[in-house]
Design a protein around this ligand. Structure first.
Ligand code: FAD
Length: 465
């Protein structure tokens, strides 16, 4: 079993010295995010990541998930760990206080997201998707939907998913065919979604799907897509859980990595139609879903950072233990640990410096997100948002590609032992490999950056740098 020790000192350096925690504590609602509080939060998160989540990483990899009588069952220990995660309030640390969240800055959340992903990437995907669904609902849902669903999603008692992909609609979502037929105060949804992360599971009481679908008279292409909330269990007016909705996981994928994260084929409306509720406006679904995708893309970028740091820690520790060869200038005498060989040091220092660069980038962007939400000056808010919009595809593309490269270098540091499962080094490479694919492939991030973002606000006419 490999260990994970969150680098809280390095994290605090970036939070305080590079991302500028002090400029956030002056913002309304963030007054309590002092360096002392942040230190205490990081220390507690490090304990949960290192002592509870990391030891389950290997178990999850070997056991995977199972579909039994229509329900997805997770690997041993995941349910209890998730309960601990929720009871500790970790799911809602940056959530809206009016819906039960703690309202801490994204900057603090970013450090915890790094820890969860480094400790156990499969586990971390569940709150990652939930965060995106929560944000989309918060920004675009009606007050009634928000009151009914947000508190449980923010606490983590219920988890959210993102249902975009269909067999014929992957990178190109204009090809989405799922249908939503209006009926009284709701809609009935029909269709199949594939690759749905944590689409069904036994960790939480309810699963809240955010689904892209078309109403009967919707125009072709992206202009005819709407966003719907479809709960696994319908929710009664008093907030209690009602009957099972007509949405089911019909299979789970067997895949290269993240074995403990269920990747589900979801079927909507096999019987009477799955009851769903419109989020935002009809035919504006893709724009609304972009709220969720941007949130998820930022966090998947941090996922690349987390898995890279875990691979680095593992490689460094192995290199300190593995005895092989003598220093170049000695023909006899004791053999040394491979960390003494310049080429191994080169690999380790490359990994470490790249991890630090990723962390700096990710945390500075998280602080920009906070300033974009809360800065009292509208021009500054706009400027920060523009930077975030521009840089999200860069963060997502660069950190996830580099995560794979670093995990691969980690295997190299181990020599042959990196290529067998025993050390754990190849799990990081297998797990990391998906991050440049989902939430928009690297090619799609490049197209977003060059085709959309660079053209949106040419130059720095807003006075930004
Ligand atoms: C483990 C896993 C979990 C996932 N979780 C979710 C989830 O929770 N919810 C969800 O909705 N989806 C999820 N997905 C789906 C994921 O988002 C898609 O796989 C991804 O967007 C790519 O779509 P695709 O697989 O259809 O590939 P394709 O779109 O067929 O792309 C294949 C290749 O063609 C390239 N390409 C495609 N179009 C263009 C273009 N216009 N220009 C240049 N290159 C292009 C791509 O970059 C890629 O290299 C998940 C996928 C996986 C593997």
């Amino acid at each position: 079993m490999t260990t994970y020790l969150a680098p809280t000192r390095d994290m605090r350096f970036v939070i305080e010295e590079l991302a500028g925690l002090d400029q956030l504590t002056g913002l309304p609602g963030y007054e309590e995010a002092t360096p002392d509080l942040v230190e205490a939060i990081l220390d507690e998160a490090a304990k949960l990541a290192g002592e509870v989540l990391a030891p389950l990483n290997k178990t999850g990899d070997t056991q995977g998930v199972h579909l039994k009588a229509g329900d997805v069952l997770t690997a041993d220990g995941f349910k209890a760990a998730y309960q601990q995660f929720v009871e500790g309030g970790w799911n809602g640390i940056s959530g809206a206080p009016d819906h039960g969240g703690q309202g801490l800055p994204e900057l603090v959340l970013a450090a915890t997201v790094e820890m969860w992903n480094a400790a156990n990437m499969s586990f971390a995907l569940c709150p990652l998707l939930n965060a995106g669904a929560t944000e989309a609902l918060k920004q675009h849902g009606s007050d009634a939907l928000k009151a009914q669903y947000l508190p449980n999603m923010i606490s983590g008692t219920w988890t959210g998913t993102m249902n975009l992909t269909e067999p014929q609609a992957g990178s190109d979502l204009s090809a989405v065919r799922a249908k939503a037929v209006p009926e009284a105060d709701h809609y009935r949804l029909y269709g199949q979604k594939i690759f749905i992360t944590w689409g069904d599971h036994d960790l939480a009481d309810n699963v809240i799907h955010l689904v892209l679908a078309r109403t009967p008279d919707a125009p072709e292409g992206v202009k005819g897509i709407s966003l719907f909330l479809v709960p696994k269990f319908l929710v009664n007016a008093d907030g209690s859980l009602g009957p099972r909705n007509d949405v089911h996981c019909v299979s789970v994928e067997h895949k290269l990595g993240i074995h403990a994260s269920p990747t589900c084929v979801m079927s909507f409306g096999d019987q009477d139609g799955a009851i769903g509720y419109l989020v935002g406006r009809e035919n504006k679904g893709l724009a609304h879903m972009f709220t969720m995708m941007n949130e998820a893309r930022q966090k998947v970028g941090i996922q690349g950072l987390g898995i890279a740091d875990r691979a680095y820690q593992q490689a460094r520790d192995y290199a300190k233990d593995r005895i092989q060869g003598r220093p170049l200038d000695q023909k006899s005498g004791d053999r040394v640990a491979i960390i003494q060989h310049p080429d191994v040091r080169r690999m380790l220092m490359t990994m470490k410096s790249q991890v630090e660069a990723m962390r700096a980038f990710a945390y500075v962007m998280a602080a920009d997100m906070d300033l974009a939400h809360k800065h009292p000056d509208a021009t500054e808010r706009q400027h920060r948002q523009a930077r975030v919009d521009l840089l999200i595809p860069v963060l997502k593309g660069w950190c996830t590609e580099l995560g794979v490269e670093i995990a691969s270098t980690g295997v190299q540091v181990h020599g042959g032992m990196g290529y067998v499962e025993e050390t754990g080094a190849c799990q990081y490479l297998r797990d990391a490999r998906v991050a440049p694919i989902y939430e928009g492939t690297t090619g799609i991030q490049a197209a977003d950056l060059v085709g959309r973002k660079l053209a949106m606000r040419p130059g720095c006419g807003d006075g930004g740098t």
